[in-house]
Design a protein around this ligand. Sequence first.
Ligand code: 9MR
Length: 601
Amino acid sequence: MRKKLTIRKTVIGKLTGICLLLTVVYSASAQTNDALSNPIRLNQIGFYPGATKKAVVLSGDSRSFTIQTSNRSVVYTGKLIPSVNSSFAGKTTYIADFTTFNKPGQYLLNVAGLGNSYPFTIQNNVHQKVAAGVVKAYYFMRASTPLRARYAGKWNRAEGHPDDKVLIHPSAASDKRPAGTIISSPGGWYDAGDYNKYVVNSGISTCTLLSLYQDFPAYMNTVKLNIPESGNGLPDILNEVLWNLRWMLTMQDPNDGGVYHKLTNAAFDKFEMPDKDATPRYVVQKGTAATLDFAAVMAQAATIFKQFPKQTPGLADSCIAAAKNAWSWAVKNPNVAYRQEENNIKFTPAITTGGYGDNNFTDEFIWAASAMFTATQDAAYINNINLLPDDKMPVPTWSQVKLLGYYALINDTHAADLKAIKELPEIKKRLLNTADGLIKGVEDNAYQTSMTLSARHFGWGSNSDAANEGVLLLQAYRLSHDKKYLDNALADLDYLLGRNATGYSYVTGFGSKTPMHPHHRPSASDGVVDPIPGLLVGGPNPGMQDGIKVPSRVPDEAYIDDTRAYAANEITINWNAPIAYLANAIEALQKELSATEKSTK
Ligand code: 9MR
């Protein structure tokens, strides 16, 4: 079945938009694939010996289940327990809990009459490869460079989008840089399935990866990515982040500190390899969101790269100077929204690529001020900002970044100075309350995860919500050392890697049933059957904004592995970042926990 599907994928990649008949046949077979999917849902990578181990079985009454080795000897027998609450589909699920079985090895779970699960592993470091894989995915997103086979394997490709001659769009014109001025803005990561580069979305993505390094430096020093810079004395995750950070620096207008909202083609590229695109690229209007997000990231980067003066001479100083200039621009221009439709009435060419428009900058100010304070220890940045403008605690997304500011403050190591922040105890309390709210009732839930507790979690990019919930729970764990938060963060990772209503491990190349047709131009056009590995797809989204019918509108089932389905099956840098944080942080914490257990034995 998989082979049949992937052959179709290649055909679609070549003939996108032309061959309607084939795509109809293709989606029919994708749906058949879903219908045949395995009724035993579990993390398809595996489990830590000492951690919770659960599978969710779609039917089975109160039958027993067994854990078997690959040569079919039974090593554990347990009973399926019906879930207290039904799933979004209105069905009782059956929980197979084998937490007490902790012997490392390779296994499968069998339910008489239903068959075997996909194989899984029990071992320490069980997520190490997938955790590194979701960070390596950023290398595959690099613009303005060829990807060599040494690093990219069969996904090697020619250089795309040099971006050394980018036009100032009329919406971005200023005295010193009139429309049509050429600037150089190379590098950076492509945003997603498309080939554009957006500052707002780069902001949250870069911050999340930098935070992963800041929060778990010892573990992240051990993560080797095999990228061109490997071995240069910097941790690989920082090497990868630098590819985007250096691009971001070019998006600031040196004349006034404002930051262009995005670097983009006028319209989305065709489904083709990146080197095939020769259409003009523009930077568009400066905006408050892009400028504050930029300030926040540059401030955070300054804090980190200060520790590496030899490897990155002058960089920390450049970052903090850029952050300060951006902050000043935003203070002078506190309300400049990027409104693409309005611009398109006034300016040509019309720009129809991703909007990332936002009208409310309260959260961006909080994030930037917190990061600026953390970098400079200058309390003026936060004293002039209301850190608690309302009692909402939204899980971070590109348009909701308040918690990124809170994360910066609670992790600030200058504890003495933090006493100056009178709101800090309240921020900590709210964070723990939010974490408690996220997991309330999990034990009764059909899939036993925070993600599946509310249908509201299932919008565009729902998988990034699952990952960002996991990150929030890990922040709560770091604050409280209460293991329930870590266990539930791990459950969110279990969800993403297969314990869910579609039976997919949503990361390309990691697991037994993984997306083969992400909405991702290189994966669809490179002639390689397997998509680029390590990419988290958007996931279930009953919204169907792309017009592609999903096999089910049930919130957590509304997914289709179809190249055209950008509202359910695209990939982006802001969705990969929280799973990168989640998977690597969990690896780091498990390592710490098992070391403590050993030393106390
Ligand atoms: O992730 C974005 C989602 O929150 C928005 O609802 C959606 C529509 O504006 O856009 C998504 O972002 C896309 C961006 O605009 C262009 N690159 C691909 C992104 C993921 O689909």
